[in-house]
Design a protein. Structure first.
Length: 149
């Protein structure tokens, strides 16, 4: 990355590059793995190391991650990872956890589980002629703990 920026900034006086490096506010990977285990699901972690391509701006740099939650007996195919850190991959998985759960959790007919994440935290509902609250907590870990799985 440094070499690429140096090439771009060559001959430009006073060129500056500011980078904000802050970890996203997401659950730990271990918490997501515990959730998958408690729900009898498979957590699929994909990692690709591109560090040997350092210095070539035409190639992908660094490491790439992907985290998915699937049904335990689901076919696991090769999905190219697309996130630059494990935290970003976990964040994306948690962001779409409601669709992952609906697709992965075996459910009784007409009783899907609805999950919502927002600034107030995590809420889980069971739909049975309307929404029946299952759990509400500030974090995913606390919501799963409240279910007492």
């Amino acid at each position: 990355m440094r070499q690429h920026v140096e090439q771009l900034a060559a001959g430009l006086p006073g060129a500056r590059l500011f980078v904000l490096a802050a970890a996203p506010d997401v659950p730990l990977l271990t918490d997501l793995l515990r959730l998958a285990h408690a729900l009898d699901l498979a957590a699929v972690l994909t990692y690709c190391d591109h560090r040997l391509d350092a210095g070539d701006p035409l190639k992908i740099q660094g490491e790439q991650w992907d985290v998915r939650v699937l049904a335990r007996d689901a076919q696991v195919g090769a999905v190219p990872p697309g996130y630059g850190s494990v935290e970003a991959a976990v964040g994306r998985c948690v962001e779409h956890l409601d669709s992952h759960l609906l697709a992965a959790v075996p459910r009784e007919p007409d009783q899907p589980v609805v999950t919502a994440f927002d600034r107030t935290g995590c809420r889980l509902w069971l739909t049975d002629d309307g929404l029946q609250p299952l759990a509400q907590a500030a974090t995913l870990d606390a919501a799963v703990s409240a279910l007492r799985l």
